[in-house]
Structures are given as C-alpha cells and as structure tokens.
Design a binder for this molecule. Structure first.
Ligand code: AMP
Ligand code: ZN
Length: 117
C-alpha cells in the first residue's frame, strides 16, 4: 500500500521509531498535541477501526499492550494518559490507516472538544 503509515512501517519514510515488532510499530507523532504524543500502528493496512473483524482480537489487544508499555517507558503511567482512535469523518481521522494515539505528559483537559468536521 502506498500509504504514509505503511511506508513508515516499511522504513521507507523516516520516523522516530519507539517500538517495532512483527505486527506493530510505534513512533512519535510529527505534530504533537501533547508533551507525549505517540502513534501505535498495526503493520497490516487496515484503513479504519471498521476494518477490524473476527480474528483481529490479538492485533487489537496488541495495540493496547504496546501503548501501555510505551506509557510506562515514558513514565506517564501513574499520572495518566489518554488513548484515542479516530474513525472516519466524524472522528476526525486524517490518515486512513488504523492507529492509536497515546497522549500524555500533561493534563489533557476535556475528553472531547467539538469542532467543525
Ligand atoms: P488522525 O487524525 O487520527 O488520522 O491522526 C493522524 C496523525 O498522524 C496526526 O496526529 C498527524 O500529526 C500524524 N502524522 C501524519 N503524518 C505523519 C508522519 N509522517 N509521521 C508521524 N506522524 C504523522
Ligand atoms: Zn497503510
């Protein structure tokens, strides 16, 4: 796939890689919205959370486990953090390759703020 996150997973585009295993990569978001802003991404191209199906439970769980490991490594686990998956237009998804945002390092405010979509 000629998709930016597929290309990052294949190391064709540089990123600040924080995690790399057979199924999942994680790297710093290029436009961080918080002091810690990491993207946790399956290597397999799934456009959105809608593409997760039966059999993808291990992958979906792996994304959460990797996010939790990185949160501990970055020492934001006890103060806390937020995990976000945006989906399609109402979710404000910009990159159509499933990804989990790990945000923290400072108070994050309200869970959502309404903005035009
Ligand atoms: P979303 O709106 O959920 O699709 O989020 C996409 C995220 O990907 C945004 O926070 C972008 O800043 C981030 N992003 C886009 N291109 C890159 C890139 N080449 N490297 C790292 N992060 C990126
Ligand atoms: Zn992709």
């Amino acid at each position: 796939m000629d998709c930016v996150f597929c290309r990052i997973a294949r190391k064709e585009i540089p990123s600040t890689l924080l995690h790399d295993d057979p199924d999942v990569v994680a790297f710093e978001d290029i436009h961080p919205r918080a002091k810690v802003h990491v993207l946790v991404v399956p290597k397999r191209h799934l456009a959105t959370a809608n593409e997760l199906g039966a059999g993808d439970e291990p992958l979906a769980g792996r994304l959460l486990v990797v996010a939790s490991e990185i949160a501990k490594r970055r020492r934001i686990d006890s103060d806390g953090y937020r995990l976000i998956v945006n989906c399609n237009r109402h979710g404000g998804q910009e990159v159509l390759h499933l990804h989990l945002h790990l945000l923290g390092g400072e108070p994050l405010g309200a869970m959502i703020s309404k903005r035009p979509v």
